[in-house]
Design a protein around this ligand. Sequence first.
Ligand SMILES: NC(=O)CC[C@H](N)C(=O)O
Length: 414
Amino acid sequence: MTTHAGVAGAGAEAVLILEDGRSFRGLSYGAPGTALGEAVFATGMTGYQETITDPSYARQLVVQTAPHIGNTGVNRDDAESRRIWVAGYVVRDPARRPSNWRSEKSLDDELTEQGVVGIQGVDTRAITRHLRERGAMKAGIFSGPDAARSDAELLAEVKGQRSMEGFRLAEEVSATARYVVEPSDHGWDGEPRFTVAALDLGIKAMTPKHFAQRGVRTVVLPADSTYDAVVAVGADGVFMSNGPGDPSTADAQVSLLRHVLDARMPFFGICFGNQILGRALGFGTYKLRYGHRGINQPVLDRRTGKVEITSQNHGFAVDAPLEGPVTAPEERFGRVEVSHVCLNDDVVEGLACLDLPAFSVQYHPEAAAGPHDSAYLFDRFIDFMAEAARSGDGSGKLDASEVSKAPTPAQEEI
Ligand SMILES: NC(=O)CC[C@H](N)C(=O)O
């Protein structure tokens, strides 16, 4: 079935084709050409620039449910990384003229300059309802001359791409060399209080900024860094970021994190980092039907009974028992509990170790576009580093040779 919701204004023909054969005709937006990826929907009413520059969206065609996109243009301050990462962009009714004092360029021009293929004038509500029922799936946007090819040919191209399940992507988006974000870069006046080694699996600029604003130096390390590289930082704690792809492929990072936990170094993980903590503790991960992407997702902090409104962007989740605490399947890590849960569907949104200074959340406390309910988690991590420094426990002083003597991870099967 083909749906065409027309829009005023010129533009080449474009078509969005889903793996199950459903297609939506509209007009070209951004660069003309072909974009392949997994079709997902994002429900944020604001923050489109933060969305498209979030590396976690690599290889995904993002459908914005908010009908009017691009109103405030784009500017250099709101980008979460060095480029746009969405593989393609699907909108209902883009702003014809951006209007905001911070705007430097229209979203359309930015997409075009970065070669990102999009489609406009499609019924994004119908697409979203379809994805909710059938699940996120392979898709393609074809515009300009590419849209003129036969539907059968386009559908074959859509089906021929890799699926998100089993896709390893963190290394594709990660920095390839380490860099440092100093507290003074973000207005901290004084000596750094702590240093964090942050594994970049698709890190967003807002995360080191949160650390910096609290007086913490962040040494950002490439996704394939070894435990030795982490120890060489001399860090007070280790952080693992958000990132794209299937967490079941992150064996190297799981192994690294097991070394960190064995050394009792304070650990904090966000999103992909939460999934890696889950795996390091011995839990599995699985793919959600259509995932959580938006900035109004209610999460219960099970320890306090408080509800946080959160920003989320995940298609996978940790498979851990909600009743607890339980002993981690990797028993040497002691007890763990599901600290946070999504109120929409009971998906695990946070893990807390009870015998180690380690915790993580599936949602985004760093969320640049808000909400900011969860920013307290950065302070909790700093408390862990302060406690480790006071007690002389952990804090990364265990070197790699000592860890490999421990009955653990290096040779272990994951
Ligand atoms: N934002 C993230 O870190 C996402 C993690 C993982 N790629 C997922 O989709 O679940």
